[in-house]
Design a binder for this molecule. Structure first.
Ligand code: SF4
Length: 347
């Protein structure tokens, strides 16, 4: 038997008590749907989509800040494409663009820094969202801007780190599928800390064989009846991760409390620019006021992100809320649970 066949055999023959497995990462959610893995699982193994989609957990107040920068402060806002369509309290960046705001889609923070270099007459703000995987690239862009002597480039940060979310979600699940790319950067220390707290999990890659093997390992280890941790992605993830990437982020950023859509404020779960780099911090540079965003009351993204309901249990799923007309961030993002359910039509 090959790896996939072996894993399927373990999973499909499982006849023990129910196991709830949270795939923390939005890329896992989409790959699990795309590969049809949910359809292979017996009824007593349940996958729950977690809060690991950066666009989905970015609060509505961040969109409001970006709209304010674009419409009222006259900045050119550079962003990943998904964020453009995420609804703010009253409008999205796409709507703001329709009113004349300069909103550019870029594919990396480096693209935004290059745009700023090539357009010195514009004040460019990059919307820096994401987890441990993407934060280093924002820091590299900042470093380049400083080396290039740019005074027209800044970051609006909503970067987040996973450990507080792991702790916040641990009572909703029996085991985590830890995101392989996050662990590739920070190593396995956070997972081991969760193990010390009694939480089980495995680091998981992204191919069908890696996903099925990780689920099979959870099934086998659960039968043993003790909390466990296994790195099922050793070809990429080492215990130490990438010390260079971690050091780069520590040089430019420091932890802060951060608001997660639907979950609320999690202490120490965000990253902000250190005080000495305030000239590149858009909130400071443009004196942004504190904004309390207003979520659309119809949207249940917050519960979806905590595994408390499935997208199909949201009353507007597939009706008022579709990828063409999204009501919430989870339907906009290419990593969102609602878009995965809609795209792959889980019945
Ligand atoms: S279906 Fe739409 S409105 Fe409902 S939770 Fe998902 S994104 Fe929000």
């Amino acid at each position: 038997m090959n790896a996939i066949e072996k894993a399927r055999s373990v999973i499909e023959s499982y006849d023990g008590p129910p196991i709830r497995i949270m795939e923390v990462c939005g890329t896992h959610t989409h790959e699990i749907f795309r590969q049809g893995i949910r359809n292979l699982l017996p009824e007593n193994i349940r996958l729950i989509s977690g809060p690991g989609c950066p666009v989905c957990v970015t609060p509505v107040s961040f969109i409001d800040e970006a709209v304010m920068l674009a419409l009222e402060k006259g900045c050119t806002v550079c962003t990943f494409g998904d964020l453009v369509r995420v609804p703010g309290s009253s409008q999205s960046l796409q709507t703001a663009r329709g009113k004349g705001a300069a909103v550019k889609v870029v594919y990396s923070p480096a693209d935004a820094e290059q745009y700023a270099r090539e357009h010195p007459q514009e004040q460019v703000v990059f919307l820096s969202v994401g987890f441990e995987t993407t934060t280093p690239s924002s820091c590299i862009a900042l470093q380049s801007a400083m080396e290039d002597g740019l005074d027209n480039f800044s970051l609006l940060t909503a970067n987040k780190t996973m450990p507080a979310a792991y702790r916040a979600m641990m009572h909703t699940t029996d085991a985590y599928l830890y995101p392989g790319h996050v662990c590739a950067v920070v190593g396995t220390g956070d997972c081991l800390e969760m193990l010390r707290m009694g939480m089980s999990g495995v680091v998981c890659g992204f191919t069908p064989a890696e996903l099925l093997t990780a689920i099979a390992v959870i099934v086998k280890k659960t039968r043993e009846g003790k909390p466990f941790f296994v790195n099922c992605y050793p070809r990429v993830v080492t215990d130490a991760g990438s010390p260079q990437a971690v050091a780069l982020v520590e040089k430019y950023m420091e932890p802060c409390d951060s608001r997660w859509r639907g979950i609320g404020e999690l202490a120490g779960s965000g990253m902000k620019l250190r005080g000495e780099f305030a000239a590149y911090d858009a909130r400071v540079k443009y004196s942004l006021p504190k904004i309390e965003g207003r979520e659309n009351k119809a949207c249940r993204c917050g519960e979806v992100l905590q595994g408390k309901c499935t997208p199909q249990q949201c009353p507007v799923y597939g009706k008022a809320c579709t990828p063409e007309h999204p009501v919430g961030a989870c339907m906009v993002s290419s990593e969102g649970a609602c878009s995965a359910w809609y795209l792959y039509k889980r019945s």
